[in-house]
Design a protein around this ligand. Structure first.
Ligand SMILES: NC(=O)C1=CN([C@@H]2O[C@H](COP(=O)(O)OP(=O)(O)OC[C@H]3O[C@@H](n4cnc5c(N)ncnc54)[C@H](OP(=O)(O)O)[C@@H]3O)[C@@H](O)[C@H]2O)[C@@H](O)CC1
Ligand SMILES: Nc1ncnc2c1ncn2[C@@H]1O[C@H](COP(=O)(O)OP(=O)(O)O)[C@@H](O)[C@H]1O
Ligand SMILES: [K+]
Length: 461
């Protein structure tokens, strides 16, 4: 998987900055660089519009004073309103270099553009309610709004809201993304996210999910070379049908539905094998050409379902476990190299109430189970047992409809059959699923994603 923009926690960001200072980078120079990058973005988008900067007591406020000075130097009518007293060496220097007046936040009048430089990664608690109300009021009154590094009031590492937060047009992340840029609820408060490069080295293994690069079939390819997928059916036909059809449109060469219902419907290209008994299922799985097996969608949760799951767990193929399989299975039973696709409820049932952010929880679950975890939701976190994490955010909220998880599971199994690399396959599937949803527009049903998947794949070749 191509690594996307790095995501650093507040502590990792401080360590990365400290490493730069230890290497001789000037503390205030870094703030000037951050402020200049942000000022450039605001200037390019907004030109000479009158602008109000809100500056807090720490280095986020220091960035604000730099931005104010640089915009004013370009002829922008800028006003500054401060909260508290600048308390860091760099922020005091930035304030000293600002040669305009400083207004009181409580009484400052609104402007066409609002820049929030109150708090960034140093926020330790919610804003005072009166301050949060002022921030919301001034941001709401502006036609353009920018959050510097983070919207003031969001917790950097978890994406929780610590106080009332207004909706911002743009958030300018400094040096790296932070978890709150992609995790909900905080991610909902920013319409557009820009990451300004200020020379922070990308040292960690947590990244934003990038668009994948996919390979088109070549002259030497045939259906088995491109990957044979088995989708295990169960009590509910629709779920395994959706999954099988998604797998068939994932780029894999061939899909078999190992049906418990004996029904042969769905796309004609999908081979339905009658695997109603556990023995018949075993025979179907006894095929060395199978590159991946999906079990869970529509499986059921009774003794028959458990017996079918046991047969799959013993088959030795690369597995994707979804839905009912995640409810039936225990952590110790999860085979190494599997991919699990839990939503919130399934995750908590299987792994318990783990501490930390969604990223921390996904990472711990992957390490504990030896599997790649796709922890689904409006933000989907993909974690590998070796610590790699990719975070996808911003997918269409219309995906919150029945059956879209089955489509994702089929896609995951398909991409696993194509690539053989669980972490890459998971990322590819989540990306394609999100793009297919974007192309499907509004009020779609899960079946509609099947029609938009080929275009989503074509866009990544
Ligand atoms: N390091 C660097 O050189 C660079 C850093 N950069 C920038 O610095 C930002 C991080 O700066 P920072 O660490 O100074 O934290 P920041 O977010 O400004 O706030 C901390 C201050 O607020 C206070 N405080 C906290 N919560 C509060 C509340 N609810 N209500 C009231 N007060 C509250 C807290 O005091 P406390 O009471 O917690 O002791 C402290 O005084 C980062 O996001 C980026 O923008 C870039 O310029 C690149 C170079
Ligand atoms: N509000 C949302 N915004 C974006 N994506 C969502 C949202 N809610 C769910 N999704 C995505 O839709 C899919 C739903 O999967 P799941 O909960 O298993 O549904 P089902 O079991 O009905 O198929 C997942 O890929 C999830 O990430
Ligand atoms: K801010």
């Amino acid at each position: 998987m191509t690594a996307g923009t790095p995501i650093l926690t507040a502590a990792q960001m401080r360590d990365a900055e400290q490493a730069l200072f230890d290497a001789g980078v000037d503390d205030y120079g870094l703030m000037e660089k951050a402020g200049a990058a942000a000022a450039e973005i605001i200037w390019r988008a907004g030109g000479h519009r009158d602008t109000l900067l809100l500056c807090g007591p720490g280095n986020n406020g220091g960035d604000g004073f730099v931005i104010a000075r640089l915009l004013r130097g370009r002829g922008v009518p800028v006003r500054v309103a401060a909260l508290g007293t600048s308390g860091t060496v760099s922020s005091r220097r930035a304030l000293a270099a600002w040669d305009g007046p400083v207004e009181d936040l409580a009484t400052a009048a609104p402007a066409t553009q609002l820049v929030d430089a109150l708090f960034g990664t140093g926020l330790s608690r919610g804003l005072d309610p009166a301050v949060a109300a002022r921030l919301c009021e001034l941001t709401g009154a502006a036609s353009r709004s920018y959050a510097i590094d983070l919207p003031s009031g969001v917790e950097t590492d978890s994406g929780a809201l610590l106080s009332a937060v207004p909706h911002f047009g743009v958030c300018i992340a400094l040096g790296a993304l932070k978890p709150a840029h992609l995790l909900y609820p905080a991610a909902d408060y920013v319409a557009r996210l820009v990451c300004a490069d200020i020379g922070i080295p990308a040292s960690d293994r947590v990244h934003r999910l990038m668009p994948p690069r996919l390979r088109a079939p070549g002259a030497a390819d045939h259906k088995y070379a491109r990957g044979l997928v088995a989708v295990v059916g169960g009590a509910m036909t629709g779920a395994s049908l959706l999954a099988a059809q998604a797998a068939a449109r994932s780029g894999a060469g061939m899909v078999r539905r190992l049906a418990a219902d004996g029904l042969r419907h769905g796309a004609d290209a999908i081979v339905t094998q009658d695997a109603g008994t556990v023995e018949a299922l075993g025979c179907s799985l006894d095929d060395g050409r199978l590159a991946s097996v999906l079990v869970g969608p529509g499986l059921g949760r009774d003794a028959v379902a458990r017996a079918r799951l046991d047969m799959v767990l013993g088959c030795g193929h690369r597995l994707v476990l979804d839905a009912d399989a995640l409810t039936l299975i225990g952590i110790e039973e999860i085979p190494d190299g599997a991919i699990l696709t839990p939503h919130e409820g399934e995750f908590v049932r299987l792994f318990g109430d783990l501490p930390g952010s969604k990223i921390d929880r996904a990472r711990a679950a992957a390490a504990r189970s030896g599997a790649v975890i796709i922890y689904k939701g409006a933000d989907s976190v993909i974690a590998a047992p070796d610590g790699r994490v990719a975070v996808a955010s911003g997918a269409s909220h219309w995906l919150s409809t029945a059956g879209t998880g089955d489509v994702l599971a089929g896609l995951v199994a398909g991409r696993l059959a194509v690539t053989g690399d669980a972490f890459a396959a998971a990322g590819e599937a989540v990306w394609l699923h999100g793009d297919a949803a974007r192309r499907a527009g509004a009020a779609f049903i899960a079946d509609d994603l099947l029609a938009t998947l080929p275009a989503a794949i074509a866009a990544r070749l």
